[in-house]
Design a protein around this ligand. Structure first.
Ligand code: ADP
Length: 481
């Protein structure tokens, strides 16, 4: 790694035993960081509980000034943070720069929202009493985050928590602890104490996850990751009735109706599917295209996909980087092979990429599969790779049924111009977020989150602060005596 990057990790790299971080593009080790034990994490929880009173008693404006400083430091170090993200997670460098800006935007947003945790005065039910509603920070919060947005998934949680007055302990994914540690270094520089924001890195997510979901000093767990792990964490958190925010898996439909603007739909499809090599929970997973526009869509989509440049994300201009690891490649390969064996046709791609040179085995060709059917595994699994299965449909009624036929409900997209259809379909889709004639939904100003088995709670926007606040009702009586 370059000297700039090692500066940002000064004090965090260890030699000998620890958590080894690989570069997914080369499959070679990048660095080793500390492997926290359960005892050490318990001490971090106690330190957070000890830090809670002083942090929560600061004025909102004092917390806001510190968060704003952290935001500015992130942007000042945007390039180094982006290079760390690309090195450990593989995403193209331009996308990593975008992630840093997106991640920082939550610090800016919640620095402002910190000052707006308003309570209420409720019209009274008794002449000599008044009803006051206070908003107070929940307490210490733990967070467990994934590798696909290793910076933004941390700030999207830490910014509202810290703004509300809650300390946070974060366990990043094993694959991507480096950018998380760099973020912690900048937090210290901004004046955030160790007890208030702490990153704990580990090789044993299950053991550390147990501490973070069962310790009585923790009042809430915020998780982004798979539905399977989210369910484990909710079960573990049940014994102490912790609050939970869960951002879980998705199976996003991307619907193109006959009346769609075809070019706009193609732009949206490319952005929604191939960002981060298809490894986002809001990535289009199933393309439903109405019969009148189907053939033109498949032809033009395939031409665009065939032109994507695949390679090491650190190289400027690369559009599709590696998948995170060998298991991810195996899963994508199985899903594509299953679909083609059952009759789907790979119009482009359909295989692993062998790029040679220093590049390892984690690359998969950007793929478009025509003739996908509802009974194929690829219609039900989160693909998490650069593969677009296309399903042909006939009527609006049919496609709504197909789109909702999943336990997930995170993001959905559709392209149409008829206003009546736009309203009908927006309301009928059982999803937390719907992109209408738009392929990218994420922004700090809007509520991100899912319904059904895709999760609980919302992140970003003014609703995001509420997730870290408790409501206290005070009845003030005896006022007329
Ligand atoms: P993905 O498939 O995206 O890797 P996971 O849900 O496995 O999704 O991982 C998301 C996060 O959950 C990571 O930080 C990982 O370390 C953590 N994790 C995985 N298994 C457990 C577990 N049993 N307990 C706590 N955290 C876990």
């Amino acid at each position: 790694m370059s000297a700039d990057l090692t500066n940002l990790l000064d004090g965090y790299l260890v030699s000998g035993e620890g958590l080894v971080v690989d570069n997914p593009a080369t499959s070679k080790p990048l660095a080793t960081v500390r492997d926290y034990s359960t005892g050490e994490v318990t001490e971090c929880v106690e330190a957070a509980a000890a830090a809670f009173p002083a942090w929560s008693q600061k004025t909102a404006k004092e917390r806001s000034v510190i968060l704003r400083h952290w935001f500015e430091l992130m942007l000042a170090h945007q390039e180094e943070l982006a290079q760390l993200i690309t090195a450990e997670c593989g995403k193209p460098i331009a996308e990593s720069r975008g992630e840093v800006a997106y991640g920082a935007s939550f610090l800016e947003w919640f620095a402002e929202e910190a000052k707006r945790a308003y309570g209420d005065v409720v019209p009274t039910h008794k002449a000599n009493a008044r009803i006051i509603v206070l908003k107070q920070p929940i307490g210490v919060v733990s967070a467990i985050t994934p590798w696909n947005f290793p910076v933004a998934m941390i700030t999207r949680k830490a910014a509202p928590a810290l703004a509300a007055g809650c300390p946070m302990i974060v366990k990043p994914a094993e694959a991507t602890p480096l950018s998380a540690l760099a973020l912690e270094k900048l937090a210290r520089e901004a004046g955030i104490p160790e007890g208030v924001f702490k990153i704990v890195t580990t090789r044993n997510p299950a053991e550390i996850g147990k501490v973070l979901t069962t310790h009585p000093d923790i009042k809430k767990i915020s998780f982004t990751g798979s539905t399977a792990v989210g369910k484990i964490l909710m079960r573990q958190a049940a014994d102490t009735v912790k609050k939970a925010s869960m951002e879980l898996g998705g199976n996003a439909p991307f619907i193109v109706f006959d009346d769609a603007d075809l070019d706009a739909a193609l732009d949206g499809a490319m952005a929604s599917k191939y960002r981060n090599a298809g490894q986002t929970c809001v990535c289009a997973n199933r393309f439903y295209v109405q019969s009148g526009i189907h053939d033109a869509f498949v032809e033009q989509f395939s031409a665009r996909v065939a032109a994507l440049s695949v390679g090491d994300g650190a190289v400027e201009g690369i559009q599709v980087g590696p998948l995170i690891n060998a298991a991810a490649i195996d899963k994508v390969e199985q899903l594509v092979d299953g679909a083609t064996t059952a009759g789907a046709e790979a119009i482009v791609g359909g295989n692993r990429s062998d790029l040679g040179g220093d590049l390892g085995d984690n690359f998969y060709q950007p793929t478009v599969l025509a003739g996908a059917q509802a009974d194929m595994a690829i219609a039900h699994a989160e693909i998490f790779g650069p593969v677009a299965p296309v399903f042909k449909f006939e009527t609006e009624e049919d496609v709504i049924k197909l789109a909702n036929d999943t336990p997930y409900g995170l993001a959905a997209y559709f392209y149409a111009r008829d206003l009546g259809r736009v309203w009908r379909v927006s309301e009928a889709l059982e999803y937390g977020m719907v992109g209408v004639n738009e392929g990218i939904l994420s922004t700090e100003v809007a509520p991100f989150g899912g319904v059904k088995e895709s999760g609980i709670g919302r992140e970003g926007s003014r609703y995001g602060l509420e997730e870290y606040l408790e409501i206290k009702y005070c009845l003030m009586g005896g006022l007329s005596t």
